[in-house]
Unconditional design. Structure first.
Length: 186
């Protein structure tokens, strides 16, 4: 099962790769997509799965019995989102890419060596030496009033990182950088 929630949000002209592009993908699995990220429809609970026939049939059986159906107006809105011009998606990707650029460049300018995300609206930042994900998230909150998510909450490979959502304006992201700068950590 490939979770392709951020399939539309790739930066620097790159497009995230679909599982279904792999030869034989349909023989072994499915890809799941949500409209929440691509069309800002978070909370609408609308998405779809594509791929292996027998898995789709099983999903349909479960969906039928457990969830009944989706409110038709939401289905119609979803169909419009998918069928209408995709200019809004391009604009959204540009918005996130602009925020990413401002934020990552800002952090680098204060000496924090961070990797620029290639896709999605999250930046994963390596915590400075001497901190864990959690202790650093707490430190930023207490001393800079900047809220980040501790990476370990997302699984063992998240330890050593904090996650920042690029979900606010460039100005607010710059302000976060300025507040972190005052800590003189880097
Ligand atoms: C990687 C990933 N997959 C799936 C989802 C779920 O999306 P939705 O709430 O639209 O079902 C999210 C949402 O945060 C996500 O980040």
């Amino acid at each position: 099962v490939h979770d392709f929630a951020y399939g539309a949000i790739g930066f620097d002209g790159k497009k995230p790769i679909s599982f279904l592009q792999a030869e034989g993908a349909k023989d072994v699995g499915v890809e799941i997509y949500t409209l929440s990220k691509t069309y800002n429809m978070a909370g609408w609970r609308v998405g779809f799965a594509v791929g292996n026939k027998s898995v789709i049939e099983a999903l349909e059986l479960l969906q039928d019995h457990l969830y009944v159906s989706l409110f038709p107006a939401i289905q119609e809105a979803a169909a419009s989102a998918l069928l209408d011009s995709q200019t809004c998606v391009e604009q959204l990707v540009q918005l996130y890419e602009g925020r990413r650029n401002v934020f990552i460049e800002g952090l680098r300018s204060i000496g924090w060596e961070v990797k620029a995300p290639a896709a999605s609206f999250f930046a994963w930042l390596k915590v400075p030496e001497g901190f864990t994900s959690e202790s650093f998230a707490d430190y930023l909150l207490t001393h800079a009033h900047v809220a980040v998510a501790a990476g370990n909450g997302f699984g063992e490979f998240g330890e050593g990182y904090v996650r920042v959502g690029l979900l606010t304006s460039e100005e607010r992201l710059q302000e976060a950088v300025e507040r972190i700068r005052t800590l003189n950590l880097f």
